[in-house]
Design a binder for this molecule. Structure first.
Ligand code: NAD
Length: 487
């Protein structure tokens, strides 16, 4: 832990069971966003490192995919146990690397990473073939075998949480993996590679290559021997990946951006709606693809909601992620902070009024160079302006009134994204009626981010292609083969 804070740690790739530098020897700086300065280095790998990783994964595939499921499961469960054992260390690493409050990393990110490993380890033992009887004529049975080497590429907002969300089902089905975490948040993936070694994961089963998306990510997506690509990240990157992978006929799962509506009807449980909306707007500095960034409130409740929401947004403590009282930490990078601030400027140009926040915060003391932005609430914008159409991915929300259920649904659907929607009403009939008309892959009624890992997870429209979670992920990493036998 002291190494993480003092900046001694040099990150290595994990290839064929060993921790190795990039072949070319180049390094990238790893920035602590709360301080605004470099604290470690990571390999600046390239296509040749990916190729070596892919060869190792291919070699390991036969033994791993033929290993009895219970034995595979036992290894994955050991990794989950080691994550739990190292909760404090991993949470600290995530906090330093990403800028999120330590408290959040400890309560959410790391427990969810071990839950991912455990969930898919157990899923492997329950994953079964289907059979279809054609009465008096034939019987079909469908086998599902691992696709081979999977490529897993993850973003910086929930680093170990999303990294394991992809790797766990791939390994559980018997695939071997070449994975790449974000170059902005590589530390917990590196610590994870050490846990895999300790747990006895055979060499080559999981390979982690660090570096830039344009080098390492692109090399994974275009490598002919990597048969399936599971990607989470921005919609623009997703489009490039789809263009590269589609002509190679790879299986593709794309979990992309969001611009999620949060619909609040006048008959809601007000306290629950306001307090959860604060959470869904500003948790993890608003850097969660599922954050509700467009709050739409029924007009009769609008003044009361805006008053209370702004009061509570102003009260959120922004500051040192190590401080137990901090609710909003640092944004992940200087470039991202500038992007978020540029959207606040755009909102003003588009006629919006900033009711609270709107600026960078200089936190006194050790975090003076950090990338902090105030929780920001903007009103006075229609749903078709760029501020309400484009993903900001920071602690910035807009609030707007609606007059009828039809208008609420139209506003909610007015966007090219379709990841998630939150809906607050005590009228059960309306809740179902509205939920069925919203074009999002995930709808939460009177709650937010309540996750059952068995449910399909993913977005419609420009929020992605395919679904993760439960059997969806197990199916993604396997090929179906139907065998028909005439009776
Ligand atoms: P990003 O698209 O910039 O990067 C994601 C990953 O892709 C990184 O590891 C990056 O190095 C890699 N990459 C970049 N260019 C690549 C290329 N050409 N080929 C292959 N890989 C490449 O996204 P980000 O900024 O890291 O993450 C934020 C985005 O992720 C937001 O848009 C957010 O909504 C989205 N996100 C979506 C979900 C979801 O489940 N739908 C979850 C979390 C984040």
């Amino acid at each position: 832990m002291s190494q993480i804070l003092s900046g001694m740690e040099i990150i290595h790739n994990y290839i064929n069971g060993s921790l190795v530098a990039a072949k070319g020897g180049a390094l990238l700086q790893n920035i602590n966003p709360a301080l605004g300065s470099s604290y470690s280095q990571l390999p600046d790998s390239d296509a040749s490192d990916v190729h070596t990783a892919s060869e190792a994964a291919q070699q390991a595939f036969k033994a791993w995919s033929h290993m009895p499921t219970q034995k595979r499961t036992a290894i994955l469960l050991r990794i989950a146990d080691l994550i739990d054992r190292d909760l404090d260390k991993l949470a600290m690493a995530e906090c330093v690397d990403q800028g999120k409050p330590l408290k959040l990393a400890k309560a959410v990110d790391i427990p969810r990473a071990s839950a991912n490993m455990r969930f898919f380890a157990m899923a492997a033992e329950h994953f079964a073939s289907e059979s279809h009887l054609m009465e008096g004529e034939a019987i079909n049975y469908t086998t599902r075998t691992p696709v081979g080497v999977g490529g897993c590429i993850s973003p910086w907002n929930l680093p170990l949480y999303l990294f394991t969300w992809k790797i766990a089902p791939a390994l559980a089905t018997g695939c071997t993996v070449v994975a790449k975490p974000s170059e902005l948040t590589p530390m917990t993936a590196f610590l994870f590679s050490k846990l895999c070694m300790e747990a006895g994961l055979p060499a080559g089963v999981l390979n982690i290559v660090h570096g830039l998306g344009s080098q390492v990510g692109q090399a994974i997506v275009s490598h002919p021997d990597i048969k399936a690509i599971s990607f989470t990240g921005g919609t623009v990157t997703g489009r490039t990946i789809a263009a590269t992978a589609a002509p190679l006929f790879k299986k593709l799962s794309l979990e992309l951006g969001g611009k999620n509506p949060n619909l609040i009807f006048a008959d809601c449980d007000f306290e629950n709606a306001v307090s959860t909306s604060i959470h869904s707007s500003f948790s993890n500095q608003g850097e969660i693809c599922l954050c509700g960034s467009r709050i739409l409130v029924e007009r009769s409740l609008y003044p009361k909601f805006v008053d209370e929401f702004v009061k509570r947004a102003k009260a959120l403590k922004v500051g040192d992620p190590l401080d137990d009282q901090t609710r909003v930490g640092a944004l992940v990078s200087e470039a991202h902070m500038k992007k978020v601030l540029s959207y606040i400027d755009l909102a003003k140009q588009e006629g919006g009024t900033v009711l609270c926040g709107g600026d960078r915060i200089i936190v006194p003391g050790r975090c003076a160079g950090g990338f902090f932005v105030e929780p920001t609430v903007i009103v006075g914008l229609d749903q078709y302006c760029r501020t309400n159409q484009e993903e900001i991915f920071g602690p910035v929300v807009t609030v707007a009134p609606f007059d009828s259920e039809e208008e609420a649904i139209k506003d909610a659907n007015s966007n090219s994204y379709g990841l998630s929607t939150t809906l607050w009403t005590q009228n059960l009939t309306r809740a179902h009626r509205v939920a069925h008309q919203i074009k999002s892959g995930i709808i939460w009624i009177n709650c937010w981010l309540l996750r059952d890992l068995r449910t399909p997870f993913g977005g419609m429209k420009q929020s992605g292609v395919g679904r993760e979670g439960g059997w969806e992920a197990m199916r993604f990493f396997t090929e179906a083969k139907n065998v028909c036998i005439k009776l």
